[in-house]
Design a protein around this ligand. Structure first.
Ligand SMILES: [Zn+2]
Ligand SMILES: [Zn+2]
Length: 441
């Protein structure tokens, strides 16, 4: 039993999950690049006020989920709970509005929230996301949604639903807010969270997991949208329809962050439970200004890697992950160790002449040789790691300039001639062989 465990709410990523994550990273980068999004890597911690100001004081994240700490000089910092605020901070700080005529960026990395741990939810978790800054048009919203969808469908996650809503602008949302406050005042048995939020953030009541089924005939944002906001919402939907992207308008979709304006969306998958989104985002037309920049209308999304990988697992994605064939280098006679080691190194350095001579495929993993193991235990090890082929160095064959290649599946063995230079090297340079012989004695 180990004395230490990973802190509550964190997890170690290894094995298939690590491979899946690598694949997710690869696929998403290809999609981002295709759409001309450029990577920005921001620090893991930032000034705490960057988040309180952007995400909003009355949100769950700011109220109770942030990891806030003081550094040795008394600076108040927070581990980033999400990626957008940091990216916008970087955009303003480096004047990307001057240097990047198209404001498309992506990020990927660890985020931190002090939440109750549950399946697919961690206190340190991985998110990747894209932000499309300085484009107020509905096509930017749609491209963001399509990028998110493309990543998920490339990962073979088929059972996804896109939920779409508009939160309007500060102008028309004020009306909606008031309608909601009036409406909720008529409901007597609200939960504690809802009562507390009613004043500061009435929109959040709409997605309350306890009360939301009590809300019949609740006012919708749609009824309150001003002409501009309504046009924008209609145009987003028209484009989505045109490119055959299915979605449902969901009046209860409000998102937990304050900075959203107009379009908000979530992509959910029934295979990991419909309560939580695999990915979510929306438009934030006033955030850049709010954080000290120009008025720069923008839209973005973030994707929760752990949850996406859970969905991948449900869809059999992990079973289809192909790993390269392992080729095991075995020793029948230990005095050939140096030759076998050198040969393994030649293979790793991708010396294709050798590969062709012994019929190895393009992508292989080389393992071995090992000292102080019987040939039998070397074969056992080769089996355990799933080696497809074993190359055996034995004295009788090697003296004839040959090695044995054994197919671990069919158990067939054949002698293969080593390229001359492999053999010659041994004759020209016997020193290293001598060192190993001396050690053994
Ligand atoms: Zn409006
Ligand atoms: Zn409630």
């Amino acid at each position: 039993m180990s004395i230490y465990k990973a802190p509550r709410g964190t997890h170690d990523i290894f094995g298939k999950l690590a491979l899946g994550l690598e694949k997710l990273d690869l696929i998403s980068r290809q999609v981002f690049r295709k759409h001309n999004f450029k990577e920005v890597r921001t620090p893991i911690f930032e000034d705490v006020s960057l988040f309180t100001r952007s995400i909003g004081e009355a949100t769950d994240i700011v109220e109770k989920e942030m990891y806030v700490f003081e550094d040795r000089k008394g600076r108040k910092l927070a581990l980033r709970p999400e990626g957008t605020a940091s990216l916008v901070r970087a955009y303003i700080e480096h004047r990307f509005d001057m240097t990047e005529p198209i404001g498309k960026f992506f990020y990927s990395g660890e985020m931190f929230r002090y939440e109750r741990p549950q399946a697919g939810r961690y206190r340190q978790f991985l998110q990747m996301g894209a932000e499309y800054l300085a484009n107020p048009s509905p096509n930017a919203d749609v491209e963001i949604i399509l990028v998110a969808k493309e990543i998920l469908s490339t990962l073979n996650i088929k059972d996804i639903t896109i939920h779409l809503n508009s939160l309007g602008c500060p102008k028309c949302r004020a009306e909606f807010r008031q309608k909601l406050v009036d409406y909720f005042a008529s409901i007597s048995d609200l939960c504690e969270d809802c009562k507390r939020r009613l004043e500061k953030n009435p929109l959040r009541l709409l997605d309350c997991k306890i009360d939301s089924n009590k809300f019949q005939n609740v006012p919708t944002m749609q009824e309150c949208l001003c002409d501009d906001c309504n046009n924008h919402f209609q145009q987003v939907q028209a484009l989505l329809k045109r490119v055959d992207c299915d979605y449902i308008v969901d009046h209860k979709l409000v998102r937990g962050l304050d900075y959203y304006t107009r379009t908000v969306f979530e992509v959910r998958s029934s295979s990991v439970g419909s309560q939580d989104a695999l990915c979510a985002g929306g438009r934030y037309d006033n955030l850049v200004k709010e954080l000290g920049g120009q008025q720069i209308p923008s839209v973005g999304f973030a994707l929760g890697c752990e949850r996406v990988l859970m969905a991948c697992e449900q869809n059999g994605f992990f079973d289809s992950l192909q790993t390269d064939d392992v080729v095991f280098i075995a020793l029948a006679d230990e005095e050939l160790f140096v030759d076998a080691f050198t040969f393994a190194n030649d293979l790793i350095l991708n010396n294709n002449d050798i590969r062709k001579d012994i019929c190895l495929s393009e992508n292989i993993i080389i393992e071995g040789p090992f000292l102080n193991k019987s040939l039998k235990s070397q074969f056992k090890l080769a089996d355990k790691i799933g080696a497809k082929k074993t190359i055996i160095f034995g004295k009788n064959e090697f003296d004839k300039g040959k090695i044995i290649v054994k197919d671990m599946v069919t158990q067939e063995q054949k002698e293969v001639k080593l390229p001359d230079y492999c053999f010659n090297r041994q004759i020209c340079n016997t020193d290293s062989n001598e060192v190993f012989k001396n050690v053994k004695k």
